[in-house]
Design a protein around this ligand. Structure first.
Ligand code: ME8
Length: 638
């Protein structure tokens, strides 16, 4: 059996999943379903990329351990994929043991092969993007990717010898001209490589939430090596059972957003070359979903459209259809509720819905829903059958090239042709004229044949709708395989039509937009109220002035100080992450402010009771403890 391995990016579980994530995942799901229907054995992989400083910080802000923090979000991601009917074969979490162990093995192998070496990294660091930038790469002194503040950082780190791979990668592109899709992205990559590849930093010591380098425990593997290797670890590479790896590697296609093509088309092939592994057949960099103001939909910008809400209101298939039909896969495109409702009304309710409801109504009126044997075909009928078979072939070519929007537009041309065929033949006039019944039967038979073919074609995109149509037109599974989509006349005689409720009820656009606005407003208010803290909440926090009696640096930690503080009638130990900014002698003897009733926590094996208040500068470069030397230990702050 032919095999097909398709992957989505593994998403950061650092916030709610949004339409952007749905876009890549639904597209990959469509391909997986399509390939399965074409007889391929498919491996469809998705998952979550759970390590890194961004997650560590987000978890700390929520007062959770990184793992509990990501567990919650990963659950929501999985729920969303279930809702959207995403038929993945495997969901990988980079915190899964098998992944952690294999990444450690890969890191060691590359080190032993001399492909990874230890060095020092200094540069401008952007925390949200988890990326270092050289001086010249900043944009107006800010992160060139997200536009936020960056800070100078230097640390010991391991590097992968990416710079040695420029020629090999360019050569690979030459021999594999289809590797990067769409074509325009290939030119970007060639230019990027020609501008000079630098060795890639693959470890960090400045945060802990990552896979430890097992032979140098101060380091954790830096996210991209951890993330990219998921595509092979998920298949069991370098593990006891390599069956799946042997069967499915190399991947047939990695679907990724255009901003991470670079990692998949340059860094990933280099890592694979270093491991003597085959390189995937294709990396497809799809475009972004934007809002009307040209902004990318993203977790961190807070302009999230809740996919659960939209699925519930309009049905999953409407959302799946919209995502793939509205925006050509390689291009950027806009999302708006209005565009979504317009498509539902015009394409789904009017064109498709209408075709089904008017033809099944005619079948009911004319023949009690059973199409009779006696039929009378004309040239007109031949045209519609030829068109259907031509379109299904073109559809297949588009789907093989991931041109979903074009593929769907062809099916909708067929739907329009069918509606026109009905208009031109006026079959409703034949219902009460028995002599015309053979002709009427023929027209209806042809329409149901086209609907059968359409139902097979749209199954990967709109699985529920496809099944509903097949049920309504009485098409058994036997005549709905992919091969049967390419054959005319598969219906047995006397097939029974069942009239169901409208597949896609029309939506009053204006009213619906108003309702969505109110819904959004309420959601925002709820989110705001979740974020705000009432006076009662604030009163729960006990702030007390304490004197620092003793202070020492915590061994094996770059950031932590252990303080012994006195609040007059009590003494306790507090661990604070301020050693980059204060040495013990700067603190001993001073009065500081303690959050007295914070739940105790263990940091580097030391139980910390409370937290010392400090102010961080906006650019994150400095941290200043709030001294309270004019107060007495034990004074309370309110
Ligand atoms: O980059 N439009 O994770 P991530 C279209 N963990 N697609 C969008 C989108 C938008 N507005 N927003 C997000 C990462 N996406 C890494 C990947 S892979 C080894 C590691 C989709 O959570 C798109 O596929 O930031 C993009 O590449 C991905 O989500 C980024 O997800």
């Amino acid at each position: 059996m032919k095999k097909f391995y398709i992957t989505t990016p593994i998403y950061y579980p650092s916030g709610k999943a949004h339409m952007g994530h749905c876009y890549s995942t639904v597209a990959a799901d469509v391909v997986a379903r399509y390939k399965r229907s074409r007889g391929f054995e498919v491996m469809f992989l998705t998952g979550t990329d759970e390590h890194g400083q961004k997650i560590e910080l987000a978890a700390a802000a929520d007062n959770l351990s990184p793992k509990s923090y990501v567990d919650k979000i990963v659950f929501e991601f999985k729920e969303l994929w279930r809702t959207l009917g995403v038929s993945y074969d495997k969901f990988i979490r980079t915190t899964d043991d098998y992944h952690v162990n294999t990444v450690q093995k890969i890191f060691k192998t590359l080190y032993e092969k001399g492909q990874i070496y230890k060095g020092k990294y200094s540069g401008w660091y952007c925390v949200p993007c988890e990326s270092f930038f050289a001086d010249g790469k900043l944009k107006n002194d800010k992160c060139p990717d997200c536009g936020r503040e960056v800070r100078q950082q230097e640390e010991e780190a391991y590097f992968f010898k990416l710079s040695e791979y420029s020629e090999k990668i360019l050569e690979f592109y030459k021999n594999n001209p289809e590797f990067i899709q769409p074509e325009s992205r290939k030119n970007e990559m060639i230019n990027f490589i020609k501008s000079g590849l630098e060795d890639l930093c693959v470890s960090r010591t400045s945060f802990k939430w990552g896979i430890p380098v097992d032979f140098d425990r101060l380091h954790v593997v830096y996210v991209w090596l951890d993330a990219l290797t998921n595509y092979v670890t998920a298949l069991g590479y370098c593990q006891e059972d390599e069956k799946l790896f042997k069967k499915f590697w190399p991947a047939d296609v990695h679907f990724v957003g255009k901003e991470i093509v670079r990692f998949h088309a340059v860094i990933w092939p280099a890592i694979l070359m270093a491991l003597d592994l085959e390189i995937p057949s294709k990396v497809y960099g799809h475009g972004w979903i934007l809002f009307g103001d040209g902004q990318k939909m993203s977790k961190s910008r807070g302009n999230v459209v809740d996919p659960f809400v939209l699925c519930k209101r309009y049905g999953v298939d409407a959302i799946r259809y919209f995502l793939l039909r509205e925006i050509p896969f390689g291009s950027d495109g806009y999302f708006s509720n209005e565009a979504l409702i317009t498509r539902i009304n015009s394409d789904l309710a009017n064109d498709l819905g209408n075709l089904i409801s008017r033809s099944s109504k005619l079948a009911e009126k004319g023949f009690g829903s059973i199409i009779p044997l006696e039929r009378e075909n004309t040239n007109e009928d031949l045209k519609i059958s030829e068109l259907a078979l031509k379109i299904i072939n073109e559809f297949e070519i588009d789907m093989d090239d991931f041109k979903f929007s074009s593929a769907l537009s062809k099916i909708w041309n067929l739907i329009s042709a069918c509606n026109k065929y009905i208009d031109e033949n006026s079959p409703w006039k034949m219902v009460n004229i028995p002599e015309k019944h053979a002709r009427l039967a023929s027209i209806l038979y042809n329409i149901f044949e086209v609907l059968r073919i359409i139902s097979i074609a749209i199954a990967p995109i709109m699985p529920e709708t496809s099944e509903k149509i097949q049920f309504q037109i009485g098409a058994s599974k036997k005549i709905c395989s992919w091969e049967c989509a390419k054959k005319w006349g598969m219906f047995q005689n006397n097939n029974k039509i069942s009239r169901g409720s409208a597949l896609f009820p029309r939506i009053d656009c204006e009213k619906e937009l108003e309702s969505l606005e109110i819904l959004n407003l309420n959601n925002n208010k709820k989110e705001e109220s979740d974020k705000t803290c009432s006076i009662e909440d604030f009163k729960k926090i006990k702030l007390i002035v304490v004197k620092v009696l003793n202070c020492e640096i915590v061994k094996n930690s770059k950031k932590l100080l252990k303080l012994l503080v006195s609040g007059g009638i009590f003494e306790r130990t507090v661990v604070s992450g301020i050693s980059e900014y204060y040495s013990p002698e700067n603190l001993i003897g001073h009065n500081v402010i303690l959050v007295e009733n914070l739940k105790p926590a263990k940091l580097c094996g030391i139980e910390s009771h409370g937290m010392i208040l400090a102010a961080s500068s906006k650019n994150g470069k400095s941290v200043k403890v709030l001294f309270a030397d004019s107060n007495e230990p034990g004074d309370t702050i309110s």
